[in-house]
Design a protein around this ligand. Structure first.
Ligand code: HEM
Length: 229
């Protein structure tokens, strides 16, 4: 019964919340649909936390997604032990990168009074949940080996059953609780999405890649050196 609530009811509630509240926030309060950058308050520590965090987590999540979308191809990829070991080692290294990045980001918010003062309770909830999720992922990968293989036989059919609206939790009920906690954590983050800065995932300024350069027209007279500033 508990498994049904956690792995069937909760995921659907989380996704429904994310879509409904996310859309409502986008149309009612579009200005808040951002990471609400604190770069102008402190830049250096932000760089050393944010870069490892984002590179690590984005690559890991792409791997989660690829294995979910193409379990056949992924299965063929990890069928060879050398490729499996290589993937697992890369995964663990990236997980460490995310943990270091997130610890630095949290430390920055605690240590810098100006950044601390713009951090809300929900920000703390999100940061701690993200840290817990990557620590759990690292722990699962380390203690329950070859997750890149058993993932496609457990998590993938369960997630697929949810997408097809024919929920089937038999694939995951026998898994160790720590693995289940990591899976649940994924949906806790989905539920937190519309209420937090996580919404910036959908406002990444990718248009920078193709939009025209910014045109700056100086309005001041040039100084003696010919410079305008
Ligand atoms: C329902 C959603 C999710 C499921 C079913 C899931 C499942 C798994 C599994 C089975 C592993 C072990 C892979 C291995 O041994 O190599 C893993 C690793 C990991 N997961 Fe997740 N995960 C989910 C969501 C997330 C999310 C949202 C994050 C980050 C915010 C995350 C971060 C990690 C990290 C950092 C690792 C360790 C790196 C690795 O070796 O792949 N996971 N996950």
């Amino acid at each position: 019964m508990l498994d049904t609530v956690l792995f069937v009811v909760f995921p659907y509630v989380a996704v429904a919340l994310a879509v409904a509240v996310g859309l409502l926030r986008y149309y009612k309060d579009r200005f808040s649909f951002s990471s609400q950058s604190s770069e102008f308050l402190e830049k250096r520590e932000l760089f050393w936390g944010s870069v490892p965090w984002h590179y690590g987590v984005v690559i890991i999540l792409i791997a989660h997604l690829l294995a979910f979308l193409f379990p056949g191809l992924w299965g063929a990829l990890v069928a060879d032990p050398i490729r499996l070991y290589t993937l697992e080692i890369i995964g663990l290294a990236l997980a460490l990168l995310t943990i270091v990045g997130m610890v630095m980001l949290i430390a920055r918010r605690i240590q810098r009074p100006r950044v601390f003062s713009v951090t809300t309770t929900l920000d703390w909830v999100l940061l701690v949940t993200l840290l817990a999720q990557v620590v759990l992922g690292f722990w699962v990968a380390l203690m329950f080996r070859w997750g890149s293989d058993w993932y496609i036989r457990t998590a993938v059919p369960w997630l697929r059953s949810l997408v097809l609206l024919q929920p089937d939790i038999r694939f995951i009920t026998a898994l160790p609780w720590i693995v289940k906690l990591h899976m649940l954590g994924g949906f806790v983050l989905v539920a937190l999405f519309p209420f937090t800065r996580l919404v910036h995932i959908f406002t990444v300024p990718v248009t920078y890649l193709w939009r025209p350069y910014q045109v700056v027209i100086w309005n001041r007279r040039p100084g003696p050196s010919g410079r305008r500033s």
